[in-house]
Design a protein around this ligand. Structure first.
Ligand code: XIL
Length: 366
């Protein structure tokens, strides 16, 4: 692939068909908007195309969509030089009549990569740099002007000792093919490349494991703050930090350290977003569904209120209904006991759960 591809061909849509409010309460989209917030969700083009209920829910409830899969390196550049944008175009087409904006996820990550990428990076820094620059050039050139906000690097901080998947190597940065090929400057290189290609793109670094009141989460917060400070000191272009918020109820949450963390990022001039909110229920489930759902909602309410207090203004969940959740479909994060996690705002019949009400209540307090 040589020349610049045609743009996705769809600009931002005006207006919004928000549909009927669910069960007498406003939609999450309307409630957020009324408070100057943005509520969004991850979507999957295939699911939206085949599941009319999910499609209507995503169009009604969310202001912002993020492709859960379609913009990752593997689907976008499955073979070197062959770029694939059909699923992203399909999403944009679905978003247009209902007025959703799309954010981009993600340009550099150690997962969801095509088989050719790691060997190419291993050929050395010059080759790695060319591969990165070409991918950014084509992807950002094609997705502009529809996608104005990208997770430029996803999950770049190493997991401290005591985490679920602790890093085997020392240092703040996760050991990935990108780090091995380009050294610790790869994050800055990615940010600078994106900024050079598109001066007004909002550049975000996205990560997880920084939410809980546990020693590993505290250490990961410290690592992220240290790395971000270093990037800003070196003049790297950076606009926002995305906090994934794949929460786990077996981990304690306390508002104060998390609010302080958000405020420290904000004091560096950065926006802070919650980008992938969902929650895993505890290993031992409460005895019945209403009790489970209430416990989920209580945790979510405390977390989202803290995020809002810390200055977060954009909140995305990783899907809306349990039947589309990766917590159900992905073995590495699904429950060991086979039960379905009730970790999203709507149930399988697309009825709102107390999780949804906890979001509405937190929004209303802003
Ligand atoms: C997940 C998707 O939801 C799954 O469908 C896919 O199989 C794996 O990736 N952090 C991220 C997301 O940044 O990209 C991940 O999405 C979930 C964890």
């Amino acid at each position: 692939m040589t020349g610049r591809r045609a743009a996705l061909g769809l600009g931002l849509a005006a207006g919004a068909a928000s549909g009927a409010a669910a069960q007498g309460r406003p939609t999450l989209r309307e409630a957020a908007r009324g408070r100057g917030l943005v509520f969004g969700t991850a979507v999957q083009s295939q699911m939206l195309a085949t599941d009319a209920g999910l499609r209507a829910l995503a169009q009604r409830e969310a202001e912002l969509w993020v492709p859960a899969w379609e913009a990752k390196w593997g689907p976008v550049q499955p073979e070197e030089g062959r770029f694939e944008f059909a699923p992203l175009r399909a999403l944009l087409q679905l978003a247009q009549p209902s007025g959703q904006r799309l954010r981009g996820h993600c340009l550099v990550w150690h997962e969801a990569n095509p088989p050719w990428l790691a060997p190419a990076l291993a050929e050395g820094p010059a080759r790695a740099r060319r591969v990165l620059e070409e991918h950014f050039r084509v992807v950002l050139g094609t997705t502009a002007p529809a996608m104005r906000d990208w997770d430029v690097v996803n999950e770049f901080i190493a997991n401290p000792p005591g985490s679920d998947n602790p890093s085997a190597s020392p240092g703040d940065l996760r050991d990935t093919p990108w780090l091995r090929a380009l050294g610790p400057g790869y994050v800055e290189l990615a940010l600078r490349t994106a900024r050079q290609l598109d001066r007004t793109l909002r550049l975000t670094l996205n990560d997880y494991g920084v939410e809980a009141d546990t020693p590993p989460a505290a250490e990961k917060r410290a690592r992220l703050l240290r790395q971000v400070r270093g990037l800003l000191d070196r003049g790297a272009p950076l606009d926002a930090i995305g906090i994934q918020a794949h929460l786990q109820m077996r981990e304690p949450f306390r508002p104060e350290p998390f609010i302080t963390f958000c405020q420290e990022l904000r004091s560096m001039g950065l926006a802070v977003l919650v980008t992938e909110l969902d929650i895993r229920e505890p290993d031992v489930l409460a005895p019945n569904v209403p009790t489970r759902d209430q416990a989920v909602a209580d945790y979510i309410g405390r977390f989202v209120s803290a995020a809002l207090e810390g200055g977060v203004r954009t909140i995305l969940t990783w899907g809306l209904a349990d039947r589309e959740s990766w917590l159900v479909s992905t073995p590495s994060v699904a429950r060991a006991d086979g039960a379905t996690t009730r970790g999203l705002p709507f149930d399988d019949a697309l009825r709102p759960k107390p999780f949804r009400d906890a979001l509405l209540d937190a929004f209303a307090r802003v």
